[in-house]
Each structure stands twice: as structure tokens, then as C-alpha cells.
Design a binder for this molecule. Structure first.
Ligand code: LMR
Length: 329
């Protein structure tokens, strides 16, 4: 009788465990970002959510929070480390507090185009940088593109002297600060969510960003001039914490990684497309005049900003700088 009771008890526990695992709450991945949904990052994040919903239904749910609605760029990395969000894709310029190495991407006029950036990012130096924040508990999963940066302003900016004494909003990067200081301008580190109001109220004179952000944030409506400088890049690093990423079950993580990879390909395609389309929409709006530089004018910018490379050479790593220069060939 005792034996029967024991068998019954075991059977009940087994049934209970099966039922519990069938009804286990799905893993929730909160993905927060600061841009609009119809941008390369917004498109990538939504695609990732949809792919995970398709392939891991009932097991994993991705919640996307765009437009700084959950955390702005001043707070999002802290929130990640606290476990309040699990996935972010901050601009590469926003990691200074965690590693100096990623500042390589901020050096002005370093990469000649997106193809050069791709070569660097997919090469050994670019791949090694993905783990540059491991000691801080942050893991770089993959790069994501946006585009080259342009300068918008209240006044026409053609040569470096035109930028002198003007206030430009920058992301939280000392390299970007040094870049504007090199032309005697005044850089101000401000969160992305505040930029439109700062421009609209003329609290600042200008800012630097990709065509996609200038269009989706409507900067072109309050900035009468945009200079096509292509002087730097706005790219992202999709990050999580090592703790969270390694806690994902072994049968689930590869599927999530596959969804991430595919969504990044979609985001990168959108980046290339939007770079052209959003620029054209700004031209068509006639709200902002686009200034194209002559070779001699562009040369003046390159010359004026070149000392920034030397200043940050040790911080970003000489070998990284050499590899980045080589990626232009
Ligand atoms: C910015 O702060 O200007 C950008 O990094 C915003 C973004 O994420 O594209």
C-alpha cells in the first residue's frame, strides 16, 4: 500500500512539473531605444521582435520601447546594468564611460564611407571591440548601421571658421567635443530627446547627425542649413549584459541570435535606403538648404580636425587606428 502511495505521489509531482513547464511564463526581453520607429534602428528592433514572436512563440517575448519612452540615452546603459532593460543599441559614441576603445568610431574623417566601416567592423579589430566592455558586464552582440553624419545649423556653415563660437549639440563623447573644439566651436553634450527643443528655441546653433535622424526628428524644420560634410559616422552597438545573455536557455539563445542577425541585415538595408530617401525628402520639403562642399572647403575641415586623431590615438589603440585607416583602401 505504501509503495502504491509513493508511486502515486511521484506521478502527481511529475504531472505537476510538466504542467508547470507548459505554462511557464515566457522570457521577456525589453529592448529600449531613443529613435523613431521608422528609422534603421526602429525597423531593426521591430523586425527582431516579430522574428522572435514567429520562432519562439510562447517561450520568448520581445517588448520594444522606442522614442526614449522607457529610458533616454543618458540613463539607458545604467538601466541595462540594473536589469531594467535587456537589449539596447546606443550609438557607438555613448559608451565612453565603459570603454575608451569604441571612441575610434568618433574620430572625424576616419572612415571614407559605409563600406570602409563594414570592412573595419567585420575585420579582427572591429570584432575584438565587441567584447571591449566585458569587464563592466556589457556584451556587444552586433553592430548596426545608421549613416554618415552631417552638420545642421541656423547659419550657413561652409568652412571651419563659420562654426567658430557656435554651440553644437553632441553625444556624450570627448572625441566629438574635441572635434568641435578643433574648429573653435562650443560642443554641448545633451540627450537626444532634448535636441529638437534646443534647436527650436535656438538655445543651441546646430548639431550633427545622420540624414535619417535629421529627417525623423524634424531638425530640418528648425534648421535652415544642412552642410553635407560626411565627417563622421552614426552607428550602433546592440548590447546586453553578459549575465542576462548567458542566462538564456541553451536551446533558445541560438534562435534569438539568429533573429538578431537577420533583423540587423534588415536594419542595415533600411539604413542604406533611408540615407538617400530621407535626404531627398528634406530637399523636397524646401525647409532647409543643403550645402555641398567643394573639395577645397572639405579639405579645410579635414585639416582642422586631423589633430583629434593624435590626441586620442592612445585611448582608442594605435593598432585600431591603423586598421581603421587601412579599411579605406
Ligand atoms: C543621437 O543621440 O544623436 C543618436 O545617437 C540617436 C540615435 O540613437 O540614433
Amino acid at each position: 500500500m505504501l509503495k502504491v502511495k509513493t508511486i502515486l505521489a511521484f506521478a502527481l509531482v511529475a504531472v505537476f512539473l510538466c504542467a508547470a513547464s507548459a505554462f511557464a511564463a515566457p522570457i521577456v526581453i525589453k529592448y529600449s531605444h531613443v529613435v523613431a520607429e521608422d528609422t534603421p534602428k526602429g525597423i531593426q528592433a521591430n523586425k527582431f521582435r516579430d522574428l522572435v514572436a514567429e520562432r519562439l512563440a510562447g517561450k520568448v517575448v520581445v517588448e520594444v520601447y522606442p522614442n526614449s519612452q522607457l529610458f533616454g540615452d543618458g540613463k539607458e546603459l545604467e538601466a541595462l546594468l540594473l536589469g531594467d532593460v535587456h537589449l539596447l543599441a546606443p550609438a557607438l559614441s555613448k559608451f565612453q564611460k565603459y570603454t575608451p576603445l569604441l571612441q575610434i568610431y568618433d574620430l572625424p574623417f576616419l572612415f571614407k564611407d559605409m563600406a570602409a566601416i563594414d570592412r573595419f567592423q567585420q575585420g579582427p579589430n572591429g570584432r575584438a571591440l565587441l567584447t571591449s566592455m566585458k569587464d563592466k558586464g556589457i556584451i556587444g552582440l552586433e553592430y548596426l548601421h545608421n549613416g554618415m553624419k552631417q552638420i545642421s545649423a541656423n547659419d550657413p556653415i561652409r568652412v571651419p571658421a563659420d562654426a567658430a563660437n557656435k554651440k553644437f549639440r553632441i553625444m556624450t563623447s570627448d572625441v566629438l567635443a574635441a572635434q568641435f573644439e578643433a574648429v573653435d566651436a562650443m560642443p554641448l553634450k545633451k540627450p537626444f530627446a532634448e535636441v529638437f527643443t534646443l534647436l527650436q528655441t535656438k538655445a543651441i546653433d546646430g548639431q550633427e547627425n545622420s540624414w535619417s535622424n535629421i529627417y525623423s526628428q524634424k531638425y530640418y524644420e528648425v534648421q535652415p542649413y544642412i552642410t553635407e560634410t560626411n565627417h563622421g559616422i552614426l552607428d550602433y552597438l546592440v548590447v546586453s549584459t553578459t549575465e542576462f545573455w548567458e542566462s538564456l536557455p541553451a536551446d533558445i539563445r541560438p534562435v534569438i541570435e539568429e533573429c538578431l542577425k537577420e533583423s540587423i541585415a534588415v536594419g542595415n538595408e533600411a539604413a542604406a535606403k533611408k540615407d538617400l530617401e530621407d535626404k531627398q525628402k528634406i530637399i523636397d520639403s524646401k525647409r532647409s538648404e543643403i550645402i555641398t562642399l567643394t573639395e577645397a572647403e572639405r579639405g579645410q575641415w579635414v585639416e582642422a580636425m586631423k589633430p583629434v586623431w593624435k590626441k586620442f590615438e592612445d585611448a582608442v589603440g594605435k593598432e585600431n587606428l591603423e586598421a581603421a585607416i587601412a579599411s579605406n583602401k
